[in-house]
Design a protein around this ligand. Structure first.
Ligand code: ADP
Length: 630
């Protein structure tokens, strides 16, 4: 073994990923070519960027190109580039480990079922390792730009758990990837096949891709080989929209996002004004595996005057739109812009609001033109979008219009009702958008709080995602309509507020003694007992005042280790209910107390879906049942 040669094991995650990829991506295996060309393109982009500061890095060869050839002797497929290259440490880091956080957890979710795993792998992005789908041996030779010719590195592996790395000499900078094709992948050793794939997948990458192919010269019949450029090599986003086909947009997305599924929608725009920029935004058709990991990289690829500056610049989109992928190319930022500068630059701030608007417009257009597709989007990314009203006050109305809810009209658990749908179904004199937050859809549907509204044919939005109570804290109104929580004190129903007050007062008077007695019996549980406007069938409900924290929010806060002060709810009762009538005539104080508590228990069950004193409740119900049986 040469002195500087080392054999190292792959990180466990890499081993798992390799195994999986080879088995689950078989039917999709041609994507390896796109992945490798993408990497080469990025390597050239990075070098061009670094050379802005240090032109020495490009010394000797200013061409940035990708070359593909098929070794006539060995039939190996070789992809090389004149990009940035890698040092030995970088090779170990990049081609021996996976740097994405959350990878181990992600891999645990894989089932071993080829089809569903293929889908999951797509969320993950496969990259360099996809070479092993078609090759049983991969050799990488690379020299970092600026490094000595004697300090190049050779990495080789059979994808079986380990790799070997050694220092070699290499005349040129950049990276070469040499693949010994598997027997059943020999099609990738044919230049016509490669040419076809490059035009299909990589036409739009901005670095020229050359293919070494055989051609018969005119003069004699001898075969000569020549380099032929096989892609257009103009950055796609710089072309006029009319010139770009849907297929090209789609392929470019796959390149940018390392996804092999088609995007759901895109928006390509050139903006001239306060800041000049071109944006190409994409809506993916699936969530990345780390969508809920706040630390994961997100954002757009940033270019300045067509020069690549950085991957995943997060300064151009708000967090709630973190699933959007794509490119921004600024005409007026400086080429040596850094992350620190991005965070402070006022032009970036104004680009961000423009890009955000475009992204929201793209979603609105999708919702209008293709509601079915929009529904698919909503099912995948809806919860992200629900962070919007809190994060982005400026676009609150636009975001609210994009939200989808379940409601008492549609009944089923699918979130399909928009605010505009709701407004189209308002009853006479209705000025409010009524909603109910509950911990499950089933609980919401059967909730006693809905009784009076249902009776009057008033639609109620039903919310049961974890984030919903928090979301509703930020949604106060939409156009001229107020959002109203049906479980809160002071509920007014359309056209009846005055009348209700009167009825309430009369009921209060009529049953004053009962309410006072109940209040005394439940002094530890409730702050007040009042007649209800919202009940028709149930005996009682618990009502919170405007200022109180709802049960869902309380649970979230307490789960996060933050105990919340308890404020006692109001018990609203339906004095017409049999149980209340029974209470009204009860003379025995103990029995009154037990029955009153039962009314409270039921109200709590209706409000929170659970009881704070389940054993006591069972005892009370048992006593009642045995009395019935007697
Ligand atoms: P990703 O591209 O998603 O980061 P990859 O597995 O494809 O993941 O590549 C890992 C890293 O290896 C890249 O981020 C890059 O730093 C490096 N790399 C891959 N291919 C090349 C190349 N042709 N030239 C220079 N660096 C490369």
């Amino acid at each position: 073994m040469a002195e500087n040669e080392q054999t190292l094991g792959f990180q466990t995650e890499v081993k798992q990923l390799l195994h999986l990829m080879v088995h689950s991506l078989y039917s999709n295996r041609e994507i390896f070519l796109r992945e490798l060309i993408s990497n080469s393109n990025d390597a050239c982009d990075k070098l061009r960027f670094l050379a802005l500061d240090d032109s020495e890095l490009m010394a000797g060869d200013t061409d940035l190109v990708v070359r593909i050839e098929i070794d006539p002797e060995t039939k190996e497929l070789v992809i090389s580039d004149t990009g940035i290259g890698m040092t030995r440490d970088e090779v170990v880091q990049n081609l021996g480990t996976i740097a994405k956080s959350g990878t181990a957890d992600f891999l645990k979710n894989l089932s071993g079922d080829t089809k569903s795993d293929a889908n999951l792998i797509g969320q993950f992005g496969v990259g360099f390792y996809s070479a092993f789908i078609v090759a049983d041996r991969v050799v990488v030779r690379t020299r970092r730009a600026g490094a000595d010719a004697a300090e190049a590195v050779e990495w080789s592996s059979e994808g079986d758990g380990q790799y070997t790395i050694k220092t070699i000499g290499r005349e040129t900078r950049g990276t070469e990837i040499r693949m010994s094709l598997k027997e059943d992948a020999s099609e990738f050793g044919e230049s016509y096949r490669i040419r076809h794939l490059v035009t299909k997948y990589s036409d739009h990458v901005s670095i020229p891709v050359f293919l070494l192919s055989d051609s018969k010269s005119d003069v004699d019949t001898e075969t000569v080989s020549e380099w032929e450029q096989v892609n257009q090599a103009t950055a796609l986003w710089t072309r006029p929209r009319n010139d770009v086909s849907d297929e090209e947009y789609t392929e470019f997305y796959k390149h940018v996002a390392h996804d092999f599924e088609d995007p759901m929608a895109w928006s390509h725009h050139k903006v001239e004004g306060k800041t000049d920029y071109t944006g190409l935004l994409y809506l993916p058709a699936r969530a990345p595996f780390d969508l809920w990991n706040r630390e994961s990289p997100r954002g757009l690829k940033l270019y300045v005057q067509r020069v690549f500056i950085m991957d995943r610049a997060e300064e151009f989109l708000p967090l709630y739109l973190r699933f959007i992928r794509g490119v921004v190319d600024s005409a007026d930022l400086s080429l040596n812009v850094s992350r620190e500068i991005l965070q402070k630059d006022a032009r970036v701030e104004s680009m961000k609001s423009a890009v955000t608007r475009r992204a929201l417009d793209m979603l609105a257009k999708l919702a209008k033109d293709d509601p079915e597709k929009y529904q698919k989007f909503w099912n995948i990314f809806g919860e992200c979008l629900k962070e919007g009203p809190a994060e982005d006050q400026q676009n609150k109305e636009r975001i609210t219009k994009l939200l989808r809810f379940t409601s008492t009209v549609t009944q089923d658990a699918k979130q399909t009702v928009s605010i505009e749908d709701y407004i189209g179904r308002l009853v006479d004199e209705q000025k409010a958008i009524y909603y109910l937050v509950s911990e499950s859809h089933t609980n919401a549907l059967g909730s006693p709080y809905l009784e009076a509204l249902k009776k009057r044919g008033i639609e109620v939005l039903l919310l049961s995602d974890r984030i919903d109570e928090w979301l509703m804290g930020y949604l106060n109104s939409y156009k001229e309509y107020q959002f109203v929580d049906v479980t809160r004190d002071g509920l007014e129903l359309p056209g009846e507020s005055g009348g209700d007050d009167k009825e309430e007062k009369e009921q209060s008077k009529e049953h004053k003694a009962l309410f006072e007695r109940m209040k005394d019996a439940l002094v530890d549980q409730v702050s007040d007992v009042k007649p209800s406007v919202r009940l028709t069938d149930s005996a009682a409900v618990l009502i919170l005042t405007e200022q109180d924290m709802g049960p869902q929010m309380r649970q979230i806060m307490e789960a996060a280790g933050q105990p919340m002060p308890v404020s006692k709810p109001i018990l609203e009762v339906n004095a017409e209910h049999g149980l209340l009538k029974r209470l009204e005539v009860e003379t025995d104080d103990d029995r009154f107390g037990e029955l009153a508590r039962l009314v409270y228990d039921h109200a709590q069950l209706g409000a929170e879906g659970k009881l704070e004193d389940a054993p006591g409740y069972l005892r009370r119900v048992n006593a009642l049942l045995s009395e019935l049986a007697r």
